[in-house]
Write a protein that binds this ligand. Sequence first.
Ligand SMILES: [Cu+2]
Length: 240
Amino acid sequence: MLIAPIALLLTGCSAAELPRLGLPEAVSDNGHRILSLWQGSWVAALIVGAFVWGLIIWSVIFHRRRGEKIPAQMKYNVPIEILYTVVPFLIVAVLFFFTARDESELIKISPKGTPVHVIHVNGIRWSWQFTYEDLPANTVVTGTPENAPTLYLPQGERVRFDLTTTDVNHSFWIPAFMMKMDLIAGRMNQFEVTPEKLGTYAGKCAELCGRDHSLMLFKVKVVPAAEYKQMVNTLKESAA
Ligand SMILES: [Cu+2]
């Protein structure tokens, strides 16, 4: 019962932020799913925790030392040993089930023919290259460590990222979207997202890829769908 006020005091977060348990507000469709997986895992952990704390307190109070008499000494208790093998297995199985269920949803790619904006993301030591494949001119924006590129995304429309790398492995991470995916040499990874909230967000590389890994930054701007194409074109001119 003390956990909520203590967490509030320790983190200094507001009552509106508390239910998110440290995660930011969801600004994409994937974010809602990830947030509920995170919250569900916490609820499960707190239930298990409360049960274990209860058992500890119960044994401390009701089985505390009373006099000099040594209690009955036991070596094996098969039912209890089976119980503490089966119960952790069940806990892991439940967590695994929900994680696998959500992961398979998060990496689902829309079937061919669905309108999706395809953006090819290429990792280069040490910046990013974005190719807007759905735009007629195939706009390519290449950043440098000194001049971080901007990635434009349309609000409320489906975007697919095709992730590749020119050199070593990197990882494409937009913390506000609560999701990242590796860029693996020699293959293409993909995921889709629908940005929901207009705004500017930070993006970074989440794989320690070498000397200037910390400079592999980019900006993400979620703009109204009607302005998306126009914004990307401005970007093309400024990046040239
Ligand atoms: Cu990197």
